[in-house]
Design a protein around this ligand. Structure first.
Ligand code: DLL
Length: 437
């Protein structure tokens, strides 16, 4: 018998009990936070001198938000709340856009995180006996190592393949009969596009599920992965500041991602007014981590845009669900005054069966005007030398995009394999306008 839940008591407790647990854990986190000079100053400034000053969950709203800049300023040790000798692991963001942000974990913190990754794997029907090929990067990035321990704890056979080396990935998948893979959605599509070149067909594999995350992707991309490989694909969300993967995970119902509320306290706020938004309304996700001693982070502005899906999931889990990440507050493009999210473009083009597995959005300045260029690969059987066919397809893509984003982009069609591919997170948008966005 395969268990439906990893921890029935926690996953199906009633809301009152969950909120009591959240308050208890929030207080513990605040007590830890007060050990760091950064939070001591912040919390004291709003009258919180000890965890006891937090009498109920609404009191949390008094706490000022924490931003990425705050974490950068605290680099390298400013937010460490445990004794250095009790810390057993660190992770850091890549720091490509500035000083990296660092988080630390004690052994207990790691055990708590592992518990969540195991829970997430169970929620998508993984079990002992599965062969888990982990194609996320291992290292300072949390994607690889994060799910690794959870999968081992569940009893899956883990292949720590890490990212890249597509030829070897395919060989491992075949020879060791991988049943579950973990990768970015863009890499899953790339993997598929390489099957033929390396001499494989789908019948060589025993693959059943893909866990995809770490980058934004539309429902259309999920469906494309599912259709191409003939498998189930599940969305996984997380960020290094909150440990990494398994902050929120889809369950087998595929009806939004359960944000594990016993471990993370979530709020959705209007990104401009910072006022809390009701369920169903899209805004910025704000998270507090409730299960980490070594680096407490309170009311962190993730910059990710999502909404709380009203109502309870039919799987019976109490944790509320968030919708697919729509983009980031800093992702939005302003094209000649019109707001466009890259996700809107992806949604439109990936609905069209003629469009292949890769695309890129370019934004340029031409004189005073912005120009939006959408480059898409076309499926191998579609690409044709007949200019009339290709022009007709281009026109259909432009028409569909105009109907959604109200502007007409230039569309360029490319043969499969021409557009650049990244090993880790895909770079979908290249904005060449400099600071003039
Ligand atoms: O990407 C952690 C992770 C690893 C999640 C593996 C899932 C799977 P960071 O590198 O810190 O951590 O990047 C976090 O990536 O704030 C989102 O903007 C984006 N992101 C992560 N998962 C998703 C997702 C990892 N499922 C940032 N959908 C986040 C959309 C996602 N965006």
């Amino acid at each position: 018998m395969i268990d439906l839940y990893q921890d029935t008591e926690i996953e199906t407790m009633d809301r009152e009990a969950l909120e009591a647990l959240q308050l208890l854990r929030y207080k513990r986190t605040v007590a830890n936070a007060l050990k760091t000079p950064f939070y001591k100053k912040r919390l004291n400034s709003v009258g919180i001198k000890s965890a006891k000053d937090l009498k109920s969950l609404p009191d949390i709203k008094k706490i000022p938000f924490t931003t990425k800049e705050d974490l950068r300023e605290a680099y390298p040790f400013g937010l460490m709340a445990s004794k250095k000798e009790d810390v057993v692991r660190m992770h850091a963001s890549s720091g490509t856009t500035g000083t990296p942000t660092v988080i630390y974990q004690t052994q207990e913190d790691l055990d708590n995180w592992t518990n969540l990754t195991t829970r997430s794997l169970v929620s998508v029907g993984c079990h002992k006996g599965d062969i888990f090929q982990n194609m996320m990067t291992y290292g300072l990035f949390t994607g690889g190592i994060g799910l690794h321990y959870g999968a081992e704890k569940l009893g899956m056979l883990v292949i720590p393949a890490s990212s890249g080396n597509t030829k070897r990935q395919l060989q491992l998948m075949k020879d060791f009969e991988s049943t579950v893979v973990h990768a970015t959605p863009s890499y899953m599509l790339y993997l598929y596009s390489k099957l033929e070149e390396y001499g494989y067909t789908l019948s060589d594999f025993k693959l059943k599920k893909a866990l995809v995350g770490a980058e934004p992707h539309s429902e259309e991309i999920r469906q494309k992965i599912e259709k191409l490989f003939g498998i189930d694909a599940y969305n996984s969300y997380g960020l290094s500041e909150m440990n990494g993967p398994s902050v929120a995970f889809e369950c087998e119902k595929k009806a939004g991602m359960h944000l594990w509320e016993d471990s993370y306290y979530m709020e959705i706020v209007d990104e401009d007014t910072l006022k809390e938004l009701p369920d169903g309304k899209t805004g910025e996700l704000v998270l507090s981590i409730l299960i980490r001693n070594a680096t407490p982070i309170l009311r962190y502005r993730t910059r990710d845009l999502t909404s709380i899906i009203p109502g309870q999931c039919s799987c019976g889990r109490i944790s509320r669900r968030i919708s697919r990440i729509k983009g980031r507050t800093d992702d939005m493009l302003i094209i000649n005054g019109v707001n466009v999210f890259p996700s809107q473009i992806e949604e439109v083009i990936m609905k069209m069966p003629e469009v292949g597995t890769n695309y890129r959005i370019l934004v340029k300045k031409e004189g005073l005007l912005d120009r939006l260029i959408v480059q898409t690969e076309v499926g191998p059987s579609i690409f044709s030398d007949d200019a009339r066919d290709m022009n007709a397809l281009k026109k259909r893509i432009i028409d569909n995009l105009r109907a959604s984003i109200t502007i007409s982009p230039t569309v360029e069609l490319h043969e499969p394999g021409v557009l650049p591919v990244q090993e880790g997170k895909a770079i979908r948008v290249v904005d060449e306008r400099g600071g003039s966005k």
